[in-house]
Design a protein around this ligand. Structure first.
Ligand code: PLP
Length: 431
């Protein structure tokens, strides 16, 4: 079933599906949400009526109440259901001492449906970096060839290319992302393209300030110019709805251990079927192969499984499948509506404080659930420490590119009250 189909499931049925994940009580049906339309809430339009529903969602996570967790952009908690599924599979497989690789087929199909692509185009990774590095190390490039990405790229997206610059003499060209306009980002990329450009990469949502990049437009630009286009989806998978086929990128790397709520050490890599032979597998071994006979017969596996050599931990991937089912049962449109709504709510209040500057785009269409802000004249680590030590608010410092700011991630287990605490704590530093 596609994400879209899930989003038109009547709310009561969807809620009962969610109840099937365990800790949710069925007595909550009376407050089941209205069906998840993909609208961006305006500040006065906050869906208060859904409070009980989101409290129940919150109870699906084993998060301690001793602190308020606002760092899903760094690492997201897994749900009880995902952890239970992983543990059960671990015990079952250890008892018979089997690796359980046959389970990958079904999970690959689910993951492909979640991403909107074919099962033969999906590989399981341990994190987003591994997916990014598979692309960066696998594309054939010569010295002097150019790769464009944004200056706000996470090291997990940038370092694989920096390594090729160092080792192979390719040239990295970077642009500062435009926080105010999708077209601005497109223009900044276009202005860097030369006859030597081979690859463009962007973060789907940038890590430091949470800018949503116009990936479909960039994909078109790259197609028109004959360039390879890779998306680092570490901050988008499980955060916003998308369909990779519609986006039209050549590849996409993501992790499960942020917004998706999957166990640590999980990730996905999509490589468009037509591009599989353009991304040479650099880590290879058993399972990377198709025909194989020593000494002279060897073909790559004709699917993206070529990027998965050796024995794998299927149990964390089983946990990731449960996490995807959980997100789908809520509906990705609704997840994004809620988390973006919280972000907009937080941003509005922070922006109203004298001395505070919000770096995340004001346009709701250019942002997801992350809000980055700074207090003029206050060091980012003082702000971080004040909120953590005095209010038990776990945010994340943003020291990249001299931004000197703090990032607050609001996910489906967070609430307006969490945002209010951030605002109150921040206000204390202003007096
Ligand atoms: C945009 C981006 N890319 C890559 C990464 C690295 O993710 P992982 O630790 O799963 O490799 C992150 C982590 O914050 C990120 O935000």
């Amino acid at each position: 079933m596609s994400n879209d189909e899930h989003n038109i499931i009547p709310s009561r049925r969807r809620f009962v599906q969610l109840a099937a994940f365990g800790a949710i009580g069925l007595n909550g049906c009376a407050v089941a949400p209205a069906s998840g339309a993909a609208t961006v809430p305006t500040p006065g339009d906050w869906p208060e009526a859904d409070d009980e529903f989101w409290k129940m969602v919150r109870r699906q996570y084993p998060l301690t109440r001793e602190r308020t967790y606002l760092n899903t952009g760094g690492l997201g908690p897994a749900t009880y259901a995902a952890l239970d599924a992983m543990r059960a599979a671990q015990m079952e497989l250890q008892r018979i001492s089997e690796h359980g690789h046959s389970r990958f087929r079904r999970i690959r199909e689910s993951a492909a449906a979640f991403l909107g692509v074919g099962a033969d185009e999906v590989a399981f990774m341990r994190n987003a970096t591994e997916g990014n590095a598979t692309i960066a190390s696998g594309i054939k490039l010569s010295a002097g060839d150019e790769v464009i990405f944004e200056s706000h790229a996470h090291p997990g997206g940038a370092i694989p290319w920096m390594t090729r610059q160092k080792e192979d003499g390719i040239r990295v060209k970077i642009f500062d992302p435009d926080p105010s306009s999708a077209d601005g980002n497109l223009e900044r990329i276009a202005s860097l393209i030369t006859p030597r450009t081979r690859v463009v990469q962007v973060s789907h949502i940038t890590a430091p300030t949470g800018i949503v990049m116009p990936v479909a437009d960039i994909a078109k630009l790259c197609r028109d110019r004959g360039l390879y286009f890779h998306v680092d989806g570490a901050q988008s998978c499980g955060a916003i709805p998308f369909n990779l086929r519609d986006i039209g990128c050549d590849s996409y790397a993501a992790c499960g251990h942020k917004w998706l709520g999957a166990p640590h050490g999980t990730g996905l890599l999509y490589v468009r079927r037509e591009r599989l032979d353009d991304v040479v597998p650099t880590e290879v071994g058993a399972y990377s192969n198709g025909d194989y006979e020593l000494p002279s017969t060897f073909d790559y596996n004709d699917t993206a499984q070529r990027y998965e050599p050796g024995t794998r931990d299927v149990t964390s991937v089983i946990g990731m499948q449960t996490a995807m089912e959980f997100m789908t049962s809520i509906g990705m449109d609704r997840v994004a509506e809620y988390t973006r709504g919280l972000g907009v709510y937080l941003q509005e209040q922070l922006a109203a404080l004298d001395g505070v500057e919000v770096l995340t785009p004001a346009d709701p269409m250019l942002r997801g659930g992350m809000t980055t802000y700074k207090i003029r004249g206050t060091k980012y680590d003082d702000l971080y420490r004040h909120l953590f030590n005095n209010h038990r608010l776990r945010c994340r410092v943003v020291s990249e590119q001299g931004l000197d700011a703090l990032r607050v991630s609001t996910h489906i287990f967070n609430s307006k009250a969490d945002c209010d605490r951030v605002v109150e704590g921040t206000r204390e530093l202003l007096v």
